[in-house]
Ligand binder design. Structure first.
Ligand code: GTP
Ligand code: SPV
Ligand code: MN
Length: 611
């Protein structure tokens, strides 16, 4: 058995509540050793991980890891929100009673870390000094060294964050036990994996994975699920799967901040890190704040809506990341950055890495190359053209490695929010951008966000599904209450943000994308800011204001007049069909605020009148 007291004393971990928590779980999981971690331990941990073969070298100061081949994405069916109140059950949160879940998870975790080290990872999901700091502290316990190294990149990690808490008992208890990955019955009736957030006890219990959000508990389990619940329970803030960026107009000196949600693997990282297209680069500059989570609140003093990214790093989709689509992401994973790659293709001879879309074609000389599972490309059966990298393979790097990270990304004050955008992969119907000026209609638009499924969660690609506010996998309380909480928080702001719905993914009949996307996505956002400033008026439609062709700055864009026409047109018949689906979708939510229903009926009536 581990000598818990000695390990905590040696690390100088003095918070008595944290000590008690560590003692309890060390005893239950049967870990052999306890090690308290700070960010400064990273180099030593990397050496140990390389020596143990948990990580492989991928160039100077770069690391490669593989997860178990059935453990490559979040599992939504195995993710559960538990509380003691059955009224917390919503459509998407997989609610279960905590009285059932806690004993179950304890039974799964009992003795499951025998022979292993239990790492104690104290972290903060906020810039220090943030007005939301009280909700940001946590201590992850994990039996995986690779998970620790990811946490050091993705969150602020160190014991001071929990020794010096204003309320020493106010931290999220986040327990991760990997389990015996090869014997967990993935996808069978006996699936042993459970990813549980006991929201009203601020306790996270994840068993049976070492991948991404399943295992780095500061990120989505705390940063999204727990924080959304805390924001609602306290009445103080929103926590959303949102990116956050700044746009500076160098000519006028004005700076705008936009945040917004797209479902997983739908372009948040690419948009937030974007550079202005070459033709506009002299005038506009984009600052990167965050790519996956934003916490939003109204400042009591000035009444404005503020936003901040609680994370410290990026866990970005690798596929299609290249010099043209996302040059800043490539710069953030250069030698020396400390980046960790997971589940991409790897060449142990040369320590090179590759993923689909990194270059147009895979390396021509396949000598040494292995796919994400570790199988040699040279030994592939004839005609095997399965991807070299897993479609949900990722890179992990800290925010400060991103060349266009905002100079004030660490500022506790956050940034004032000018606009909130929603978007997703939608092959038709959704135009390039439509602006919404009314709060209830904006929240309604978020609640009816629908997109094609992606590979970020286990499941099928290409199928349309609703994903309210891009929070479907992270919803921790009922959708009706969620909409009401949005109306309350944003309604308290003295200046309402502008809402908009964007879509970079409309396709032609032959499957080609109608809009070039990526860096050109800045153009519709610039139009949105001009609309807010009253410099353009757009064209009013039943589903929002859309730009005229003349208003959109298209200098240097390659798009045919027909494609442009399509992405700036409302297909009334398709929209009326969609409204029928929305009727069913919204009816599943109990206690949906009347304002949302009114917005729905208004849009429906306007579409009928416009047909
Ligand atoms: P999570 O980290 O899973 O929450 O995803 P994300 O929303 O941050 O997704 P990300 O930005 O990493 O994009 C996922 C995929 O969408 C990548 O393969 C991108 O290349 C692709 N993508 C992003 N922006 C665009 C775009 O404007 N057009 C097209 N066609 N593809 C895009
Ligand atoms: C997502 O799936 O939306 C992610 C990756 O951002 S994970 O942290 O694994 O959830
Ligand atoms: Mn995400």
């Amino acid at each position: 058995m581990a000598d818990v007291e000695a390990a905590l004393d040696q690390a100088g971990l003095t918070n008595p509540h944290v000590r008690e928590y560590v003692r309890y779980w060390a005893d239950l999981t049967g870990a052999e050793r306890i090690e308290v971690v700070s960010a400064s331990d990273d180099a030593r941990l990397a050496e140990e991980a390389l020596a143990a073969g948990e990580l492989l070298p991928a160039g100077e100061g770069l690391y490669y890891s593989r997860s178990y081949h059935k453990d490559t994405a979040r599992s939504e069916e195995r993710t559960i929100v538990a509380t003691s109140n059955p009224e917390d059950a919503g459509s998407y949160n997989n609610w279960r009673p905590s009285s059932e879940m806690k004993p179950l998870l304890e039974s799964k975790m009992r003795g499951a870390s025998a022979g292993k080290t239990m790492y104690v990872v104290p972290y903060l999901m906020a810039p220090p000094g943030s007005p939301l700091e009280a909700f940001a502290a946590g201590v992850e316990l994990t039996d995986s060294r690779t998970v620790v190294m990811h946490m050091i990149r993705m969150a602020r990690v160190g014991i001071d964050y929990i020794n010096e808490l204003a309320d020493p008992n106010s931290f999220v208890r986040a327990v991760h036990v990997t389990g015996d990955l090869e014997n967990l019955g993935h996808g069978t009736a006996d699936d042993a994996r459970y990813f549980v957030t006991v929201a009203d006890e601020r306790t996270i219990l994840h068993f049976g994975s070492s991948y991404g959000g399943n295992a780095l508990l500061g990120k989505i389990a705390h940063g999204l699920r727990q924080a959304a619940y805390d924001g609602w329970a306290s009445g103080k803030f929103l926590s959303e799967q949102f990116m956050l960026l700044g746009i500076t107009d160098k000519e006028t000196g004005k700076k705008y901040h936009i945040c917004g949600g797209f479902p997983s693997a739908s372009g948040k990282t690419n948009l937030a890190m974007t550079l202005a297209p070459d033709a506009l680069g002299d005038r506009y500059y984009v600052d990167f704040y965050g790519d996956d989570i934003a916490w939003l609140w109204v400042d009591e003093n000035d009444g404005k809506l503020y936003g901040m990214n609680p994370e410290f790093g990026v866990f970005g989709v690798a596929k299609d990341t290249n010099e043209a689509t996302n040059p800043t992401a490539l710069d953030s994973i250069l030698p020396g950055s400390g980046a960790i790659f997971t589940n991409i293709a790897y060449n142990p001879d040369t320590q090179e890495v590759w993923w689909e879309g990194k270059t147009k074609n895979p390396p021509e000389d396949v000598t040494g190359w292995e796919d994400w599972k570790g199988d040699k490309i040279s030994e592939r059966a004839e005609g095997d053209d399965s991807p070299w990298a897993h479609p949900n393979s990722r890179f992990t790097t800290t925010l400060s490695n991103v060349p266009n990270v905002a100079p004030d990304f660490n500022s506790p004050a956050g940034v004032p929010i000018d606009a909130i955008i929603f978007g997703g992969r939608t092959r038709d119907r959704e135009p390039l951008i439509r602006a919404i000026t009314d709060l209830a209609e904006g929240v309604y638009d978020g609640m009816t966000l629908g997109a094609e499924a992606t590979f970020a969660a286990e499941g099928v690609d290409g199928q349309l599904r609703y994903d309210p506010m891009s929070m479907r996998p992270f919803m921790s309380y009922p959708e009706g209450a969620y909409a009401a909480h949005w109306l309350k928080i944003i309604g308290e702001a003295t200046e309402a943000p502008l809402f908009a719905h964007v879509n970079w993914f409309q396709r032609g009949e032959d499957g080609h994308f109608l809009w070039p996307g990526y860096r050109d996505n800045l153009r519709p956002l610039l139009w949105l800011m001009q609309l807010k400033a009253g410099e353009v008026t757009g064209r009013t439609t039943p589903v929002g204001i859309i730009p005229t062709k003349e208003e959109l700055n298209l200098d240097g864009v390659e798009i045919t007049p027909e494609d442009l026409e399509t992405i700036l047109t409302i297909d009334n018949a398709r929209w009326q069909q969609e409204i029928e689906h929305r009727d069913v979708h919204l009816s599943a939510f109990h206690d949906l605020p009347e304002e949302i229903w009114e917005a729905h009926r208004r849009v429906k009536a306007d579409l009928e009148a416009d047909a």
